[in-house]
Design a protein around this ligand. Structure first.
Ligand code: WTA
Length: 683
């Protein structure tokens, strides 16, 4: 339980997600079915023992051995430049080869990707491994020969959920080009920041895609992104635009001569061209994934090729229980890390059939996911609490109308309320599916905590114990270990490195060390991994049985519908409106999305508050970031509650927004403002 005292908030002035975290009771256990256990990939009760710290780091060889290597590594883990870990040093590997070519012998005619349009009357595309091979090669040839890209170059992708997205990613990986996929729902401006930071010369996008039944104009965002990047001093040389319907423009935006190219047209020149996969060092970066942090600037988490792929493949096999004959559907977006690890790289490395669904889960109605499951024979299903809450509210009885059977289900990205978990188990899973609640992060490459689906009982609301080879520790503010069962929350850290951990923040190694390793570092300059616990930025409690319950972010990050948004990013967006003097964002509980942002703004002297201004501020957030960041409310306030040193007390604002007691406000410089704001919030 996150009491105020035990709360791991970075500073007493700031509110943290953990402070207003979910407070539910410890729940009883649910057992996986004998039928599930009988077929599971991981039933070896010795696995955790084999991955004990005594066997570290060599235990991870077992994961790397799931992959095909051109050259075996010489050193499993190099810590000489701690905490910049290097895994499988000396090894040579290609991710595209591992996800495509190596399956041809046995699975050439098997579906690799099922692509489902949001429009239900459009036929499903079933892309076999052979077809994937042909298309990945052609795109790789285009990237190399038409764009002049080579290993180590960065390319920004701003693509929707279409089969062309994994194809493009795998084409990049084939020639060692580092892809940086930006969530398609992000604005052109947000995309520009990521283009500039990664110094991408090429942007790959699609003209449009369906969402909620309407064609979205994605090309427009590319134009804005290029314009904004240019204003920041970075010129995008080429924009490659896939057509959602080849031969037809789905965006009215004109093409910019010399810059814009229709991908599927140019590809005709590369018909049946084959490109040998480039033998990449295991530690070569595979991709960047930008995520929000404590400052306004998103950070590019850099993931390696060998370590990341080994971790994604092994966790997919053992925790997603993927067998070659399974039909696996992860309903996340590839624009987030979940999609990278558990739609693309993990399942395809295992030769599974993975589902890519374009649209929203509830379109055209809340029965849609279950119709898809029935039609494709999906037997492994993976989604977020936000999606489960939405489906439960809009179609609580829909699952039973369809004849599908999940053997396994996942929940990821946010804490799940036990009553929502139970609906997932009883109604969606028809009491047959084993459920894993997986805790992890963009930075970690793959799961950190989860039950082993065939070995551990499930406990609603708890992520479960740590994965094999992951050794968490919960520290209090002073660096003391909080023992299991103490009933106290603290900062969850991981004692040891693992292959999936990101390598650095692109272009900002100092921030990487500062943010993730400095907090509990035991000895500066040490080359011993034991001195460098990984600081995850989440509050957590460990119960007597060893299960971890994740309470939420302890930094300035708000988890909105499972999307990680920085409060600072939203605040900077509000400050682009010239009338705004100060902005503060706080999370508020929301029935469907878990959390939503409330935005408080103070105006410059002489400026009048108005509805129009509120709307303009809200719109600025959408333009700068995305509709997912749109504030629930924009409160224009006469003043912010502040400490004597002038710091905005977000904790007080959060209490007002959530209609809770603001606690002791006597130390504020302006305590009288609290009542004034409360009155305003009640209106
Ligand atoms: C939160 C998503 C509770 C957590 C994979 C973490 C969770 C952040 C869970 C990372 C879970 C993720 N239970 N909270 N099972 N999984 N989180 O980087 O706060 O988008 O730090 O990665 O989501 O979000 P990210």
């Amino acid at each position: 339980m996150a009491t105020k005292k035990a709360s791991p908030a970075a500073s007493n002035d700031e509110v943290s997600e953990a402070e207003i975290a979910v407070h539910w009771q410890e729940e009883g256990y649910y057992q996986p079915s004998p039928k599930f256990i009988a077929q599971a990939n991981l039933t070896d009760t010795d696995m955790h023992k084999r991955f004990s710290l005594d066997n570290f780091p060599e235990c991870f060889k077992e994961y790397a051995d799931l992959l095909t290597w051109y050259k075996y590594w010489e050193k499993t883990l190099d810590t000489s430049n701690a905490p910049f870990w290097r895994w499988f040093v000396g090894g040579k590997i290609n991710a595209s080869y591992n996800c495509v070519d190596r399956h041809l012998e046995k699975h050439r005619n098997k579906t690799a990707i099922h692509f489902i349009s949001e429009l239900e009357n459009e036929p499903i595309q079933h892309i076999t491994y052979q077809e994937l091979y042909v298309r990945v090669n052609e795109v790789a040839a285009l990237l190399r020969n038409f764009c002049g890209l080579k290993a180590g170059d960065r390319v920004t992708l701003h693509m929707p959920m279409v089969a062309e997205l994994p194809i493009t990613m795998l084409a990049c990986a084939r020639i060692g080009v580092i892809h940086s996929q930006v969530f398609s729902g992000f604005s052109g401006k947000a995309c520009a920041d990521r283009i500039v930071d990664s110094a991408s010369d090429v942007l790959i996008t699609m003209d449009g895609y369906y969402r909620g039944g309407a064609m979205q104009d994605q090309k427009e965002k590319a134009d804005i992104a290029c314009e904004d990047a240019a204003a920041q001093g970075h010129k995008v040389k080429k924009v490659l635009i896939w057509q959602r319907y080849p031969g037809k423009n789905s965006s009215p935006r004109p093409m910019v001569k010399g810059r814009d190219f229709i991908m599927n047209e140019v590809l005709k020149d590369y018909r049946l061209t084959r490109i040998d996969p480039v033998e990449m060092p295991a530690e070569a970066p595979l991709f960047l994934m930008y995520t929000s942090g404590t400052t306004g600037k998103p950070k590019g988490c850099q993931h390696s090729t060998g370590g990341y792929l080994a971790y994604a493949a092994a966790t997919s096999k053992y925790f997603q229980d993927i067998h070659p004959e399974d039909v696996y559907w992860c309903m996340a977006d590839i624009g987030w890390i979940t999609g990278h690890s558990y739609i693309v790289y993990g399942p395809l490395a295992l030769g599974a059939s993975t589902v890519v669904y374009e649209g929203v889960p509830t379109y055209p109605d809340a029965g849609r996911p279950w119709r898809i499951a029935e039609e494709l024979g999906v037997n492994i299903f993976h989604t977020s609490p936000t999606a489960i809450r939405a489906l439960r509210r809009t179609g609580p009885d829909e699952p039973q109308k369809y004849n599908y059977h999940f053997k396994h289900m996942t929940t990821v990205g946010e804490p799940i309320e036990p009553e929502v978990w139970r609906w997932y188990h009883e109604v969606v899973g028809k009491r047959e599916a084993a459920i894993v609640d997986t805790w992890w992060q963009t930075e970690t490459g793959g799961f950190l905590c989860s039950t082993v689906p065939a070995l551990h009982p499930m406990k609603p609301g708890s992520a479960g114990p740590a994965l094999p080879g992951i050794h968490p520790v919960i520290y209090d503010e002073d660096g003391n270990e909080i023992p299991r069962g103490a009933g106290k929350a603290g900062n969850i850290c991981i004692r040891n490195p693992w292959p999936g951990i990101f390598q650095t923040i692109w272009g900002d190694p100092d921030r990487f060390v500062r943010q993730y390793y400095e907090r509990y570092n035991k000895k500066k300059g040490s080359t011993d991994w034991r001195d460098w616990p990984y600081f995850a930025g989440d509050g957590a409690v460990q119960s007597e049985d060893g299960y971890y319950r994740i309470l939420g972010r302890i930094d300035d990050v708000i988890n909105v519908a499972g999307h990680r948004l920085g409060t600072k990013e939203i605040e900077s967006a509000a400050l682009t409106v010239t009338e705004v003097a100060e902005a503060a964002v706080v999370p508020v509980a929301d029935e469907i999305k878990g959390r939503v942002p409330d935005l408080y703004v103070a105006l410059k002297p002489g400026v009048q508050a108005s509805r129009e201004l509120q709307e303009r501020i809200s719109q600025a957030v959408v333009t700068e970031i995305s509709p997912i960041a749109r504030p629930r409310k924009v409160w224009i306030v006469p003043d912010m509650p502040k400490t004597r040193s002038g710091k905005i007390m977000r904790r007080v604002l959060a209490a007002i927004s959530s209609n809770q007691d603001a606690g002791d406000v006597s130390t504020l410089a302006n305590p009288e403002i609290v009542d004034e704001l409360r009155k305003m919030a009640k209106m």
